[in-house]
Design a protein around this ligand. Structure first.
Ligand SMILES: [Ca+2]
Length: 389
């Protein structure tokens, strides 16, 4: 009996030792994986190949009247992007664009915060740029929330007056709720400019081996935030017969907002100073955890597209909302808005979609409402794009 018990204890000891050894091997393999160099295909460049570029004459003209739907949360935390605030500040500075209204949506922060931040920003912009009404929108994704909000009523009233372009900087909840309620007004939506979309296999990985303080320099990986926040709203928008312009991570990668750019923005006036101050924690996060001197200004790129569409390299694409099986767990399980070039013969949905994947022409400063952000000017990326023309 005692001999049998000793034998069992011995087996258990050996099993525990094997498990321990296996765990150590797994940890070593995990560490080696993280320490491996980061291939550039993770940003969607080499992996997917070049995309065609439409001629400037084929791009939509700059709109005269827009509606901005946004989830501004600048200053609401060190890891909350200030992009909506920068975009609204920039759009308000465009002399030749009328902003019919600004609606707020949950996203970067709960609605209570995004609505408050928007109103604070608009109050600071009002003395120099005039009054633009703000409409409170959805506090949760469809179908729980979205219908019957001030945002929905405001957008529909503006559409009933005249044509406009919708600039959607957050989840599409408000836009979907409003437009699905009134098909008769769809003809007055010139297009929807939305910050989202990616190529299959594309992971939003801003460190790209640049260093940073986490995971051997691999740094954080971002989600296609506006897609995953409300895929049902996106599905509604994709089923509308309204032209769609996608401003993806990929094009934001062409521009960095650094200390110098924030300094210019701060020097522009009261509102610029407020926005720049609230953007600094985000810049610090990019410096310390991502290892870059500046951050990619996602929503600001959509605002720049409104102002200067011909500066953008855009391709006509098919789009599909589905899982991306070319990337690894857990990203493959998230809903993804994936694009394929029109020429690929892929059967997607929603005709009339532009995917603006880069900036056109030589690297040069982009106007930022009278100030300047430098372009990153990645020569390999531009060469690939030139080959795609
Ligand atoms: Ca946003």
């Amino acid at each position: 009996m005692i001999g049998r018990l000793a034998c069992r204890i011995d087996v258990l000891r050996r099993a525990a030792a094997c498990m321990g050894l296996g765990l150590v091997v797994l940890l070593v393999l995990f560490g080696v994986t993280l320490a491996m160099p980061v291939e550039t295909w993770r940003t969607g460049q080499q992996f997917s190949g070049p995309l065609p570029v439409l001629a400037p004459s084929e791009l939509p003209a700059a709109p005269g009247r827009i509606w901005v739907d946004a989830d501004p949360a600048c200053g609401e935390g060190a890891r909350v992007d200030p992009d909506d605030c920068l975009a609204i500040w920039y759009l308000m500075g465009l002399g030749d664009v009328t902003i019919a209204g600004v609606s707020t949506v949950f996203g970067n922060a709960p609605l209570k915060a995004t609505d408050t931040v928007t109103r604070e920003l608009m109050t600071r912009l009002r003395p120099t740029h005039g009054l633009v009404p703000v409409y409170r929108g959805a506090e949760a994704p469809l179908p729980e929330s979205g219908a019957g909000t001030d945002a929905e009523r405001g957008l529909l009233a503006a559409l009933a007056e005249d044509e406009l372009t919708v600039v959607a900087l957050g989840p599409l909840t408000n836009v979907a709720a409003a437009l699905q309620a009134r098909p008769d007004l769809h003809g007055n939506v010139q297009k929807i400019v939305a910050v989202m979309g990616r190529r299959p296999g594309h992971i939003f990985h801003p460190a790209e081996g640049a260093g940073g303080g986490t995971l051997f320099g691999h740094g954080p990986v971002f989600r296609d935030f506006n897609v995953v926040q409300d895929p049902d709203a996106l599905r509604v928008v994709l089923n509308l017969d309204i032209p769609l312009v996608l401003i993806p991570y990929e094009v934001a990668r062409d521009v960095e907002v650094d200390e110098e750019a924030l300094g210019h923005i701060a020097a522009s006036g009261t509102a610029g100073r407020w926005v720049a101050e609230r953007a600094r924690p985000w810049l610090t996060y990019w410096k310390t955890d991502i290892g870059r001197d500046g951050f990619y200004p996602f929503d600001l790129m959509a605002a720049m597209f409104v102002a200067e569409p011909t500066r953008f390299a855009c391709a006509g694409v098919h789009v599909e909302l589905r899982r991306d099986r070319t990337v690894f767990f857990p990203f493959s399980r998230m809903p993804a808005l994936l694009i394929e070039p029109l020429a690929s013969g892929h059967h997607g949905s929603h005709p009339g979609t532009l995917y603006c994947h880069g900036l056109q022409g030589d690297p040069q400063p982009l106007g930022l409402g009278g100030v300047v952000a430098r372009t990153t000017g990645d020569p390999d990326m531009r060469r690939e794009r030139a080959l795609g023309r």
